[in-house]
Structure formats: structure tokens, C-alpha cells
Ligand binder design. Structure first.
Ligand code: PLP
Length: 275
């Protein structure tokens, strides 16, 4: 079966769907997106994802996406592509704009697609990168398609057999990964950087804060060098232990705090598809 996607109000064959070569999302990264976990045809935490999509769109000055249309697109794509486990990708851009850097007036483009995915590994290796997240930048905290710096940082991670790169911000505080939030255990206590660090308001991060509890603390990037445990959270990783940060191994990962956070997350997420 050919994969079907939702494009501007209807379901169509992914191979023949057309988005303009002058789409502002494609040419200048003027777009926002969400990645939503899909299990057995059901989208996890869709209401929270729709809210964040709306916040990101507002931050970028895009017209508000119609939540009912996005929801319908997700439902139709899930029905048309039955996979046991995957990710919905919602992309919402400035739309057709032939005039270069100014947004056109044709209205936004909405695409919803589904990719089958493997379940996340229990643990992973991460690296720190020398480039700073700008917590005072115009895009701080927005989930936009301007992900170039994440692409560069992730390539650096891959060169060092890691799957994630962690950024500090402009004042050297721990911030987040290219596509994940970070939690650290220091003196037995669980901490995560506050949103003011410039990190994305991750949905998995918020659920861990609500269900497990952690302190939102400004920490220097170097705290990773003395943390007893480190874990990542994201839609694609859930709660994933870190067994190596740069050259430092964390033997025994997942440690007890990570294992308990993961247990609680998995249990609560299984009980409520749209927490
Ligand atoms: N930080 C960034 C930069 C991200 O792109 C993501 C997810 O894509 C996250 C954090 C984690 O957010 P969530 O838990 O909502 O997937």
C-alpha cells in the first residue's frame, strides 16, 4: 500500500502529493511542526501537541492552524496507514511565496504524514557541542522548521557514536538536546533546565514534571560531568537513560531514579492516550 498523507484538506497519495517549490517553509524555514507518537493507530497527547503547534505558529506570526482540521488530518492519516508504531509529522508553513523572503498571501500549507518507527532504545550516548542555544533569540522555545543548527549538532554526535547532542545556552547553562530535553540527578535529586534556559517546552518533559516531579534548575553545562544519572525525554525517546556523556561513561545506566521515572511514565502513558 502506498503511504497516504494529508495535504491542505484532503488525503492524497504521498508519491504524487505536491507542495510548491516556492513554499516559504521549504525556501526559508518559515514553518512549524510537531512529531506525535502513534501507537496502534492512536495519537498520544494530541491535545498538547495541537496547543504547542498553535503557540509556535503564533510565535512565528503564522495564522492560527485550525485544530479541528489538524486533528482530522491526523485521524485520516492514521486510518489510511495502519502501522503498529510510528510518528505523525505535522508540518504547517507560511505557504506559497514567490517573492523571496516575504511571506505570500496564498495562506499556509498543512501536511500530516506518518512514518513507521522503531521503539526507542533503553539507553544511549550523548555529546556536548560548543555551539550555544540562544535563549534570547526570536525562535527560542518555538518548534520551527528552522532546524539547521540541530542538524549540524546531530551530525557531530553521530561522528562520536552518539545519538544526541546537548547544547548549553549563551550563559553556559545546560539547555537541551537537538530533539530532546535533558534531566540530571545530582546528590540524589532530579533536575531539569527551566524553560528560561531556552529549551523547548517538551511534552514528555512536562509529563515527567507532572507525574514524577523534578526541580527546574539552572545548571552549568559542566553539571553533566558530575551527574549521578542523566536521561533524555522526547516523543521519540520517551524516558531514555544516558550511558555516556562525551568521554564519561555512566555505569549502570539506567540508574534507580531514571528507571523509576521511566516506569511511572510508561505506566501513566499507557493509561491515558491524551493526558
Ligand atoms: N527539544 C527540542 C529542540 C525538540 O525538537 C524536541 C522534540 O522534538 C524536544 C525538546 C522534546 O519535546 P517532546 O517531548 O514534545 O517531543
Amino acid at each position: 500500500m502506498k503511504p497516504a498523507i494529508w495535504l491542505d484538506g484532503s488525503l492524497c497519495d504521498a508519491d504524487s502529493a505536491r507542495v510548491s517549490a516556492f513554499d516559504h517553509g521549504l525556501t526559508v524555514g518559515d514553518g512549524v511542526f510537531e512529531t506525535v507518537k502513534a501507537t496502534e493507530g492512536r495519537a498520544f497527547a494530541l491535545t498538547r501537541h495541537l496547543r504547542r503547534l498553535a503557540r509556535s505558529a503564533e510565535g512565528l506570526g503564522l495564522p492560527a492552524p485550525d485544530p479541528d482540521e489538524v486533528r482530522r488530518g491526523c485521524e485520516e492519516v492514521l486510518k489510511a496507514n495502519p502501522v503498529p508504531f510510528g510518528r505523525l509529522r505535522i508540518t504547517y508553513t507560511g505557504g506559497f511565496s514567490p517573492l523571496g523572503s516575504d511571506r505570500g498571501t496564498a495562506g499556509p500549507t498543512l501536511v500530516v504524514a506518518l512514518v513507521e518507527a522503531a521503539r526507542p532504545a533503553d539507553s544511549t550516548a550523548v555529546v556536548t557541542v560548543p555551539w550555544a542555544r540562544n535563549e534570547r533569540g526570536a525562535l527560542a522555545g518555538l518548534k520551527t522548521t528552522s532546524y539547521g543548527e540541530n542538524v549540524v549538532a546531530l551530525a557531530r554526535a553521530r561522528q562520536q557514536d552518539a545519538t544526541e547532542a546537548l547544547f548549553g545556552n549563551t550563559v553556559g547553562a545546560l539547555c537541551e538536546g537537538t530533539g530532546s530535553n535533558v534531566f540530571v540527578v545530582l546528590d540524589g535529586e532530579l533536575h531539569t533546565p527551566p524553560l528560561s534556559s531556552g529549551c523547548l517546552a517538551g511534552i514528555t518533559r512536562a509529563l515527567v514534571l507532572e507525574w514524577v516531579g523534578a526541580k527546574e534548575t539552572d545548571l552549568p553545562l559542566e553539571a553533566l560531568g558530575r551527574a549521578e544519572e542523566v536521561f533524555l525525554t522526547s516523543t521519540t525517546r520517551d524516558v531514555q537513560a544516558v550511558h555516556r556523556v562525551d568521554a564519561r561513561t555512566l555505569p549502570g545506566a539506567p540508574g534507580p531514579v531514571t528507571a523509576e521515572a521511566r516506569r511511572i511514565f510508561v505506566e501513566r502513558a499507557a493509561a491515558d492516550i491524551d493526558p
